[in-house]
Design a protein around this ligand. Sequence first.
Ligand code: A2P
Length: 290
Amino acid sequence: MTEMRPVTDPATDPATDATPVKTPTLPDAQTVTFVKHWTDRLFSFRVTRPASLRFRSGEFVMIGLMGDPDPRTGKQKPLLRAYSIASPSWDEELEFYSIKVPDGPLTSRLQHIEPGDEIILRPKPVGTLVHDALLPGKRIWLFATGTGIAPFASLLRDPQTYEDYDEVILTHTCRQVEELQYGRELIDSIRSDEMLEELIGEGFADKLRYYPTTTREDSPKMGRITDLMRKGEVFEDLGVAPINPDSDRAMVCGNLAFNLEIKDMLEAYGLEEGANSKPAQYVVEKAFLD
Ligand code: A2P
């Protein structure tokens, strides 16, 4: 069996090789409708949305493929990982943005999906990067590194984000310039989104500020967002006041070291961590890597 095998293929008995043992019914199957490879490390894809699936923008679900058959029993088990939904809650389809981990058990195979293939999607959305986990505020910061931009791609396309805040600031730090492209196109598409403009009102796009930075390749703004905040450069560049707990709210999604570091910084600014059960001033979620 190769990795390109459609996940619905019948399992074959390794003893006789040709004898179909049982056709596993793929549980919670959804069909891939679109795949885009952004770099050799990053891709995004869209799948059909289960009719019954309701979720809040910013939440994640478990998705995956059937694992390889057990050499002894021929049985297959689902191989699932948590993925933030990158599409907004009103979208007919579901979008995901993923890294390709060379030896990752799931992404080494998932990166080969094509339109028409099926994936498994457990329709139980959860997560803390939701508006419900934050107290009302004037300005919201969305801090992302790498594929951590995915839940923000959902929230930034949700009218509630602009209804709840006067200013919405997305920072995205990646190693290389090409890794920023998904975010750039997202921002461009939001700024020219007629439906959002109709819903929220003319000029809504002026509320949205975008602050991309790179750390390992030259670009107009270089450096880790954490360092740029410490130096005050972010606030100067954007022409905004530094973060304060009365007006600012924040959501954080990136690699573990980044999440921990920025969490400490937000606490030092006086913000407290919130949760669904106890809304406060900031929330954190780790990017879900293989
Ligand atoms: P750096 O290149 O300096 O490590 P990754 O691809 O490894 O997940 O990293 C994504 C981005 O997050 C990179 O630009 C990386 O910068 C940055 N990053 C990693 N750790 C931190 C941290 N503790 N604080 C801020 N940014 C970080």
